[in-house]
Write a protein that binds this ligand. Structure first.
Ligand code: 6PG
Length: 238
């Protein structure tokens, strides 16, 4: 695995650089295939990147935005990634993009994942861009280390596009893009900030035994080297 590491003096400098790189990839996709699909992650890290990307002058009307993962909550919930992306990314120029969420109002997260699997399977694949985050437990997407179906989630050869996740550490059940869908993307970027996450990632990459941290399983399975974007936390002591 030879992921490419890029570090920035601040979260805003990282956000602007990542937005430039993603916008370029999306425009190249549109030029080559007439359309582009990007999958983004939720959480507290992405908003500055979302805002920067929303102002990039690309042909958003030919683009689809989807999610790397989603909490099994209605889109009106404050925990919804669809709500986060609508508030911070699908604004300004990017308001013209199409959006495909993962949440479906079903009796179970398993039934919702089957519905999402069919919808995501209808998108032009492979994905052009996937932007991942990472938790300090080494999870990425919703591949939580304590997930009941972790083996299925980390299976690089599965045929699902979207899987359900039940993990005690995940607060609520989740919906996540599958390992193959993430790893086959033309560009996989990992956006992390803070010394703690840098240490978690370095430890995961250096680990030689024990359970494979999910972030390492992803970085080892991407078809092209992942691009890691890191900056110190904005409140980092000078
Ligand atoms: C989510 C994300 C998740 C996130 C990490 C990091 O739905 O929460 O998709 O995988 O990327 O948990 O979250 P922070 O950016 O808040 O640290």
């Amino acid at each position: 695995m030879n992921a490419e590491w890029q570090e920035f003096a601040s979260g805003q400098k990282l956000a602007d650089a990542l937005a430039d790189a993603v916008a370029k990839r999306l425009e190249e996709a549109i030029a080559a295939r007439g359309t582009a699909v990007i999958a983004v992650s939720g959480g507290s890290t992405p908003p500055p990147f979302f805002k920067a990307l929303s102002r990039r002058k690309v042909n958003w009307a030919k683009m689809t935005v989807t999610l790397v993962d989603e909490r099994f909550v209605p889109t009106a919930s404050g925990r919804s990634n669809a709500r986060l992306v609508t508030q911070h990314l699908l604004q300004n120029d990017a308001a013209r993009a199409g959006f495909i969420g993962l949440y479906h109002d079903r009796d179970s997260v398993e039934a919702a994942a089957e519905a999402a699997d069919r919808v995501v399977g209808g998108l032009p694949l492979p994905l052009d861009v996937v932007v991942l985050g990472m938790g300090t437990d080494g999870h990425t997407a919703s591949f939580f280390p304590d997930a009941e179906n972790l083996g299925e989630l980390l299976d690089a050869a599965g045929d699902r596009h979207v899987l359900p996740v039940r993990a005690p550490s995940a607060v609520e059940p989740r919906l996540t893009l599958s390992m193959p869908l993430i790893c086959n993307a033309r560009l996989v970027a990992l956006h992390i900030e803070g010394a703690d996450k840098r240490q978690v990632l370095e430890a995961a990459l250096a680990q030689s035994d024990g359970a494979m941290p999910p972030i390492r399983a992803v970085l080892e399975n991407t078809v092209s080297p992942a691009h890691i974007y890191w900056a110190p936390k904005k409140d980092a002591k000078p």
